[in-house]
Design a protein around this ligand. Structure first.
Ligand code: PLP
Ligand code: ZN
Length: 403
């Protein structure tokens, strides 16, 4: 027996503890909190072994026991997952962290890790017989959910700020989503989505308003552990907007620990934000458990421009519980880091990924990260999805020029 399939047992509220059936559609808890998925880990233990997993398909679906989709027929996949972890020897030495690693999500369908959340979220929506979903987005999530919805035959309504990266607009439109633009922020788009869902009875695929996107993003944590031979790094830096990724990685590592597949302390989980939008950092600095709406937010790193995250308390839990940090970097630092990683390592990351490299350097300088630490940077997307982020002057040649 190589897999028992999903061992999903129920949904539960991390705030008030209320439990819900995993076979019905549920969005938020009655208390307003996001819901999380619980698995029967005792049952999972029987087949979720290092050997079994290692021999399975090369996608995130190899972690079937710890994913919510019960029937394989409902899996909507474009081959997502198992992105490489590459050593950043030169950048690491420069930063004083020789054991610096980059998990590169640029190499995944749609070019960002949002594909993980969408693959698992849309598959589960299909399993729950959803025909129409809607969501606000800063671009990448909308693109990924449009693409996977198209594959699943689900109708997607996507609402994004007009200044979200243009490529994501084209991806949604090409995939046949009902796409709308708003002259405002993602929070403004969110209000329109909420009202429209209420009126039309659509499935709410907004960040954390359905419980399954986390499960997809969780697989980044499962992969980090597996790819490092079921050992844990000392720290993981993650560019944090809605925070789904860091919440997911935290959940994954705790599940692996409960399964007895990893030992020792969990890595320090470090939430990195942009100085122009740093609600989690502000809350962390003030020792709070929840964040407040961050006014006039603005940054070149669109994916982390989220002024108030529904799951802020779960992000802060992940940070506090692991002895991590929440830190912010400026747009100037982001752009400089982006150029530096491309030049030194040949790694063309997205601005969100550049932010964590900048943050790692700052934390090393401060002495929080040690020279001996094994540190994983999670680059959440491909630099090529942001053709206008760097403005570079290139000299022209006449046709008879010789250099
Ligand atoms: C959405 C996004 C993020 C932030 O993701 P969360 O897990 O919601 O915090 C980071 N980087 C990129 C490229 C994104 O698209
Ligand atoms: Zn609750």
């Amino acid at each position: 027996m190589s897999s028992t399939g999903s061992t999903i047992s129920q949904l539960y509220c991390p705030k008030c503890g209320k439990q819900f059936s995993a076979d019905e559609v549920h969005q938020l808890c009655d208390c307003g909190s996001p819901l999380l998925v619980r698995y029967d880990l005792e049952r999972a233990k029987k087949t979720f072994t290092k050997e079994n997993i290692g021999s399975r398909e090369k996608s995130l679906w190899r972690y079937r026991e710890l994913l919510p989709v019960k029937d394989d027929e409902n899996i909507v996949s474009l081959g997502e997952g198992l992105t490489p972890i590459i050593p950043l020897k030169k950048a690491g030495s420069k930063a004083g962290i020789p054991k610096l690693l980059l998990k590169d999500e640029g190499i995944i369908p749609t070019g960002t890790f949002k594909a993980r959340g969408a693959a698992v979220g849309v598959s589960k929506a299909k399993e729950l017989n959803i025909k129409q979903l809607a969501m606000p987005t800063n671009g990448n999530a909308g693109a990924a959910w449009s693409i996977y919805s198209a594959r699943a035959g689900i109708r997607a309504t996507i609402i994004m700020p007009e200044d979200a990266p243009k490529i994501t607009r084209n991806e949604c439109a090409a995939a046949g989503a009902d796409l709308y633009l708003v002259k405002g922020l993602i929070s403004d788009c969110g209000k329109i989505v909420a009202a429209s869902i209420k009126k039309n009875g659509w499935y709410d695929a907004s960040t954390l308003k359905e419980p399954y996107r986390i499960e997809g993003k969780k697989t980044m944590g499962l992969e980090i552990a597996e790819q490092l031979g079921f050992t844990l790094p000392d720290a993981i830096l993650y560019p944090t907007g809605g925070g789904v990724g860091i919440i997911g990685i935290h959940k994954a590592l705790k599940e692996l620990k409960e399964l007895g597949l990893v030992e020792g302390e969990l890595p320090k989980l470090i939430a990195v934000q942009a100085k122009g939008c740093a609600p989690i950092v502000k809350a962390f600095d003030e020792g709070k458990k929840e964040s407040e709406f961050y006014p006039d937010s603005r940054t070149v790193a669109f994916g982390i421009n989220v002024p108030k995250a529904l799951g802020d308390f779960l992000v802060l839990d992940a940070v506090y519980e692991t002895g991590g940090r929440a830190v912010a970097v400026s747009d100037d630092e982001i752009l400089k880091a982006l150029k530096e990683l491309a030049e030194v390592e040949g790694s063309f990351v997205c601005p969100e990924g550049a932010a964590i490299y900048a943050a790692a350097k700052n934390l090393r300088e401060e002495g929080y990260l040690k020279e001996t630490d094994r540190v994983v940077l999670l680059n959440t997307g491909a630099g090529i999805k942001y053709p206008d982020t760097l403005s570079i002057e290139v000299p022209y040649l006449s046709k008879d020029a010789v250099l």
